[in-house]
Design a protein around this ligand. Structure first.
Ligand code: ADP
Length: 582
């Protein structure tokens, strides 16, 4: 707000005599020597609120015929933006009828489907806060999050209702449960009242007077997935979600457009599906929601059937897709122009493998606290003429910060800013209009914020082109005899072995070297691989002291609720079983 006040004030003052030349169309560039001279122009742009209501109105008006498709166990359920928004209005009216007020938290526990998408508009546009619950969390954490956020209402997919039954004791703040996509039946004794979603809509008034919202009002909240500790709530504003949605549509980021048929595989409970739903509505993309049907065969099939042009997901999804398309030759995926991969590092071999099928991966980095898009690894114009392998060097990095995000790396021990030489690595710190400035209920912990920068806990290098490469998380980096070893780089190299499907590397304590790397390797289906083969493969690719002390084949790698390697759990498992240096 201060920005506008300052400019309006300037408008009332007398402009100084310009001392510089005109720069065309009547505008004048002022290079006055007077240090306090006000600008010659008063900036009189409208103070228009950046709210999701604008996105809703836009989609309603301009894209009514654009399709929204949800996968079902058999076939699809199809609707349009035009058919959806009258239901959104009723949902908002129904919430108001239940007494939901501005700022109240209204939760969803649901897969990626059109009803969930309706709630992405109904809840924030009526002034409440959309709180997406992660359906893969252990009951204890789910219960903690519901009571920490004090959710008033929970919209739940019918098949996920048993998850709420398990956390009945934590539903003290919850007035109603509304069941979507199935029957609203529960026999659990202490549940809040359970309603049917379609009945809820049918019983609600058809019209609703949408409130005037401030762009700084909360739009949504999401808890971190707790890879490195207890979940922490992050609250997004209408403004941050709006600006983030614009960013997703920029040509040099994800370039989501009205021509796209978008397949958001990243869950809608995880950082608002990377902001894709709101961005898609802003530009009128057709959306194909996978619901819970995310096995690679079904994903590949729907890409073929719906002529998907863009999809977003974590590397595990793309590793699975690559396996499928290597085996099936009945699929035409030529409609796909790009796959965005984020959440953990995309191994170089994965990018290469998908390139082979003309499915270019765009690597992106971010986190719950960054809404999430922070960086995107598109090739800058000056890099596009490089030989393929050199291009891959950049594409396998996490990329440059998108416009409006500032990024730096600082020394892990001293906090001093580090050079962009592609060698020095330090903690990634970011700031920008969609980077959180605090946590819900834990306002500004000193270890997470410094001088207006958010401390990500990720460790990276920045090269002279400005591309970051995530080396590790501060908690995962391996410190061996005073030297750092990147677990992420080791994993990426091991996953380049033709017989390897997945590899995770963690540090285990060592009596002499403090910590040494241990790798867990999962071979591809119908393949075997030995530790010796992996050692031999690594020998020509990494420094000798990076070679893992132990390579374990075939042990399943534990995954987090969003499909990333769960190194906290893996470390704990291995610490029981493996003693190094004995
Ligand atoms: P949590 O922090 O609870 O695991 P997030 O989903 O917010 O949940 O995880 C964000 C983290 O995921 C980042 O801090 C980073 O460590 C990792 N990450 C995200 N994208 C990438 C990527 N492209 N490459 C490597 N790591 C990534």
């Amino acid at each position: 707000m201060a920005f506008f006040r300052r400019n309006r004030q300037a408008a009332t003052q007398t402009p100084p005599a310009p001392t510089s030349s005109a720069i065309g169309n009547g505008a004048t560039l002022v290079a006055s020597s007077a240090p306090t001279a006000p600008p010659i122009f008063a900036a009189t742009m409208m103070d228009y609120p950046l709210t999701i209501q604008h996105i809703m109105e836009r989609a309603k008006r301009y894209f009514p015929n654009r399709e929204l498709v949800t996968l079902l166990a058999e076939g699809t359920e199809r609707t349009t933006y035009g058919a959806m928004f009258p239901r959104v209005e009723r949902l908002a009216a129904g919430l108001a009828k239940l007494g939901i007020k501005k700022g109240d938290r209204v939760a969803t526990l649901a897969w990626n489907n059109t009803r969930h998408f309706e709630l992405y508009f109904a809840i924030p546009c009526m002034g409440a806060v959309l709180h997406t619950l992660n359906l893969r969390l252990p009951a204890e954490q789910l219960g903690f999050i519901i009571s920490d956020a004090a959710d008033s209402i929970i919209f739940v997919d019918a098949d996920l209702l048993p998850l709420l039954e398990k956390v009945q004791a934590s539903l003290g703040s919850v007035r109603q449960i509304v069941v979507m996509n199935g029957s609203a039946m529960t026999s659990a004794p202490n549940m809040p009242q359970v309603l049917d979603y379609e009945q809820f809509i049918a019983d609600a008034p058809a019209t609703f007077a949408w409130p005037t919202l401030d762009e700084r009002d909360a739009v949504a909240m999401c808890y971190t997935s707790g890879t490195t500790g207890n979940p922490k709530g992050v609250v997004y504003s209408h403004r941050s979600a709006f600006l983030h949605a614009i960013s997703v549509t920029q040509a040099d980021t994800i370039a989501l457009s009205g021509n796209d048929v978008a397949l958001p595989i990243v869950p809608m409970f995880h950082v608002n599906a990377w902001g894709l739903p709101h961005a898609a509505a802003m530009v009128g993309s057709k959306i194909v929601f996978p619901n819970k049907y995310m096995d690679p065969n079904r994903i590949a099939q729907v890409m073929h059937d719906e002529k998907v042009t863009f999809a977003g997901g974590v590397p595990t999804i793309w590793i699975g897709l690559l396996q499928v398309i290597a085996k099936r030759n009945d699929l035409d995926l030529s409609s796909v122009t790009r796959l965005v991969c984020g959440g953990s590092a995309a191994p170089r071999s994965l990018i290469e493998g998908l390139d082979h099928f003309n499915l270019p991966i765009i690597h992106a980095w971010g986190m719950t606290e960054t809404s999430p898009i922070g960086t995107v690894a598109r090739l800058k114009s000056n890099l596009q003429g490089l030989p393929y392998q050199e291009q891959l060097n950049y594409r396998a990095k996490q990329g440059m910060p998108v416009a409006l995000v500032d990024l730096r790396i600082t020394d892990i021990d001293t906090g001093k800013e580090l050079p962009w030489d592609g060698v020095a690595f330090g903690e990634v710190q970011v700031r920008g209009p969609w980077i959180t400035g605090s946590y819900y209920h834990d306002t500004n912990p000193a270890d997470k914020f410094v001088d207006g920068w958010f401390r990500t806990g990720d460790v990276a290098t920045i090269d002279p082109e400005g591309y970051i490469e995530i080396v590790d998380r501060t908690k995962d980096v391996i410190k061996s005899g005073g030297e750092w070893i990147s677990s992420v780089q080791l994993e990426s190299i091991i996953m380049g072995h033709p017989k390897v499907l997945e590899a995770a590397v963690v540090a285990l304590p060592h009596p002499k070297w403090q910590e040494r790397p241990v790798a867990v390797v999962v071979p591809k289906a119908d393949t075997t691989v030995t530790p010796e083969e992996i050692q031999e493969y690594l020998q020509t690719r990494v420094a000798k002291w990076w070679l893992p002390d132990k390579i374990i084949i075939g042990m399943p790698i534990p995954k987090t609720s969003v499909g990333k390697f769960d190194k906290k759990v893996l470390r704990a498992q291995l610490a029981q079983e493996v003693k190094l240096g004995e």
